[in-house]
Write a protein that binds this ligand. Structure first.
Ligand code: GUN
Ligand code: FE
Length: 422
């Protein structure tokens, strides 16, 4: 079915600037954008037009790093640093997902929150529990999201209740991936939590599985100084943290590594060579006092980058808030490292990451392209309205800036995924 929408569309086909198309018509065929033009093409003039209103229309958000079981701990205990935060809050919280009933109660709230905040695609961590993580996948699907979901793997340095035997961890992971399959709107992703919680044997086996079945991988890399020191002690045969993953077959084109704050030049070169995507999570990094990822430096070196909320170390599921935080922390880094000539990232660069940039991961994995209003892309959009009286003459771009910095979910009037309103 062909549908025509009228609106003012803003997107970032490239990071350098926003593209604004005022009072244009989007022609969608079965949820895929065919064209976005100033006038309705002649052969479609007789079709009804859905007016998306006086606000603006932007691509819906994509979150490349979020922990579903930590949704209920958002904002709690954020005076702790990473390793203490994991041990005192996060691991005990995740232990509760041993019970599928608990997962059934909480995961629908998580899925609904993502939709409410305009995140219609996401790459999501579950827990070590297969059954609860399968419930998470079902709830995301019911809510209309497209997502990668990972059953977490851990066979050391976690409380006994969360520790898996290596063989059991692998068997359950394989079964989980098979069950989700590689065709639907929810797909599996291998999820060794981070190097300290995985033995070399487990990492090697997951690396081999990733290569054998062409499965993507997500993990954490170089988030805090104490974690990085711990990794050097645990893996004396690796030159650095990045190499631990590389030596175990976990660093590839389909890998997402969150944080990556303290990489040396050799590590950055390896990341570029392997075409691995680094996921910036500025909200989490500020909350746990971890550090500031040198985003502009990585962008300028050609690293593939994405953006994530990292809830519950991040305190909000709102990607629009994380976009502005990425800009803010980059400005702080510029001030702090004036002697190094660090530049700040622009709002369009950060917006690009949360839409077109993050969309590339889904596109590469055959989930349809999203994140830009371009012919052939899935029509995934948010209709925004800041509700200001017309006497305040905001340009469409000002309207978007105002939403990103000071709007909230009440300003999201419609959420459209693949042409379907959620
Ligand atoms: N490193 C290992 N596990 C986690 C986690 O759950 N959150 C964050 N932010 N870092 C981690
Ligand atoms: Fe995380």
């Amino acid at each position: 079915m062909i549908k025509v929408y009228k609106g003012t569309f803003i997107d970032t086909p490239t990071p350098e600037s926003f593209r604004v198309r005022d009072n244009h018509y989007a022609l969608c065929d079965e949820g895929v954008l065919k064209s976005l033009t100033k006038h309705v093409p002649r052969e479609y003039e007789s079709l009804p037009v859905t007016d998306l209103g006086p606000g603006i229309v932007i691509p819906s958000f994509i979150d490349l790093h979020i922990h579903a079981p930590q949704h209920m701990q958002m904002g709690v205990g954020l005076d702790l640093e990473l390793l203490d935060w994991l041990n005192t809050l996060t691991f005990p919280g995740e232990t509760r997902f041993t019970s599928p009933e608990y997962a059934r109660e909480l995961y629908p709230l998580f899925a609904a929150d993502l939709v409410r905040q305009g995140t219609l695609r996401a790459v999501v961590y579950g827990t070590v529990h297969s059954e609860s993580t399968m419930i998470l996948a079902e709830e995301l699907e019911k809510a209309g999201l497209k997502a990668f979901v990972g059953k977490v793997n851990m066979d050391c340095h976690a409380p006994p209740e969360l520790l898996e035997d290596r063989r059991q961890s692998l068997e359950e992971t394989e079964a989980f991936c098979l069950k989700l399959g590689d065709k639907g709107s929810i797909r599996p992703i291998l999820t060794p939590r981070f190097a300290p919680s995985c033995s070399i044997g487990l990492m090697k086996a997951l690396g081999a599985l990733s290569h054998r079945d062409d499965l993507p991988v997500q993990s954490h890399l170089s988030e805090t100084v104490s974690e990085t020191r711990w990794v050097s002690d645990l893996f004396p045969d690796s030159r650095n943290y990045t190499q631990v993953y590389d030596q175990n077959g976990l660093l590839g084109k389909g890998s997402l590594m969150a944080h990556a704050i303290f990489l040396n030049d050799e590590e950055v070169d390896l990341i570029v060579k392997r075409e691995t995507t680094l996921v910036h999570c500025p909200s989490a990094n500020s909350n746990l006092g971890s550090g500031i990822m040198p985003l502009a430096r990585y962008l300028d070196r050609g690293v593939s980058l994405g953006l994530g909320t990292d809830v519950g170390a991040g305190h909000t599921t709102a990607m629009y808030r994380v976009i502005t935080q990425a800009v803010t922390v980059s400005k702080l880094l510029k001030i702090l490292q004036r002697e190094k000539g660090q530049r700040a990232v622009s709002l369009s660069e950060a917006f690009f990451l949360a839409t077109a940039g993050n969309g590339k991961f889904f596109e590469k994995r055959g989930m349809g392209s999203s994140g830009v209003f371009q012919g052939g892309m899935s029509f995934d959009a948010l209709v925004l309205d800041m509700g200001l009286p017309p006497v305040v003459k905001l340009t469409p771009l000002n309207h978007l800036e105002r939403f990103l910095y000071s709007g909230d979910d009440r300003n999201i009037k419609k959420r459209i995924s693949g042409g379907k309103e959620l």
